[in-house]
Design a protein around this ligand. Sequence first.
Ligand code: NAP
Length: 502
Amino acid sequence: MERILSLAADDLEALARRARDLAPHADAVEFRLDALSGVRRGELPTAAQLAEAARDLPTPWTAACHRAGEPGVVGGALLDPEARLELYRRAAAAGAAFVDVPLDLAPGVPSLPGKAGRILSRHLGAVPTNPGDALAELQRAARPGDRVKFVTAPEDAVDLLRLLLALERHVADGGAPASAFATGVHGLPSRILAPLFGASFVLLAPPAGLGVPTAVGQPALDVVDAAWPEGGVDSSTRFYGVAGSTARHSLSPAVQGAALRARGVNGVYVHLETADLDALLDLVGEHPRFGGLSVTAPHKEAALRRATIADETSRAAGAANTLVRTKQGLSAFNSDVSALVSALSRARTGARSALVIGAGGAARAALLALQRLDWPRTVAARRAEQAKLLAATFGARAVALEELDQVAFDVLVQTTPMGSSAHPGELAFEGELPPGCLVLDAVYRPLNTPLLRKARANGCEVVSGADWFLRQAAEQVRRFYGCEPPEDAMTRAFFEALAAEL
Ligand code: NAP
């Protein structure tokens, strides 16, 4: 699998410098000729100038000249088709290994000077109903020595997987060496997964600070390299992911990726953002390379329903946050609950009486954990009916939010999004915290929530949302990869990823 570094610069000298600096880190470089200011003015470089720019490169080079306004393309030039074809011929004559030729222009260059092959390409704004048709059309136009490339913008991870499965079928059917990947928010998972589905090349951006992406959502070479197993993807590499409606914001890819690397597991882990878990599992639940999913809102109940086998904890919680592919099918677990049991039971003082604020998925996990610990528990939420339902399920008492001052507790578990970056400054508990009280806040963006600040100011013992997150991720590592979690590496990755958001 070839990692092609896509390079853009204003003039050929700058492009040549960038190529010489960066080519040693990649398998090939792409010259994005449409980025040259001369080309944008309609002045084409000569073959001799292009050959000079590519002189002494340690890798093969490819050339592309995209149209302005082509879906997913950054930049692009307005050239008439004849000028474009002439540029392709000059790049080929200058020694390009491949020239990216849009499918509609392919008849204009049935063959190219020198040894250059064509990368017959299509860029579409959305994944078509049958992405295999687009690849088949490219295949029909391909000649021996050509490659094909299909780039599109999936709406969600289901769309992305349809695209990748079409690529896999193309390869299985003996098609030309091919790639299919995504622009936009699915750009990163598409590049990481593409080689597992048979891609023979992917285009990547230079590392941050050393150049700019030439396509929307084009991830950087170093980021994708770090997500692949050391030594690259092979026929036994498995893929894992976090499925949720806002999965792109999840820290699981950073944390699980760190675990994969530290333990040398032959797997990749990506965000799979979708509102339809069932559709995602219909597509890849039985794929030979599929390893499992972390499941986040709003799919935890659906994950449990979908599982072939569910452990006692996920059944008791009525929700699963972990699906593991096994010989028997999908096994469901709930590492949110086990993480809370371990976080709370490590608290300094003994028997507790707990107050849970909120009545969503996190509250369910908290109440089940407290039930397991056999600590008396009360739940309060803005929807009194929901609080009563949870109280009945988990042997708790329900109170109205207005009655919180009448509740005696020495453990407070905050499970609403109040105080998170979506609800900045909101305090879920306005009352007085009892001395020596233990306060756990599910929120970890920001790390230091208003509630935790208040708890620290009152000398309370504090368990952060980060602690909870890392414990549930550690349990997932045991389930997914069957190894002990590398806690230091995972913690470092979590805090680095959070810091990078600021
Ligand atoms: P959820 O199922 O949507 O439940 C959220 C609960 O909070 C519901 O009871 C909701 O009430 C209530 N709520 C929402 N906004 C509120 C507001 N402004 N004021 C008062 N109550 C409000 O969400 P979830 O899955 O339980 O997650 C809740 C929070 O915990 C999120 O911030 C999530 O990121 C975090 N979390 C962290 C971890 C971790 O590992 N640290 C694990 C799970 C969850 P309604 O039902 O009335 O909307």
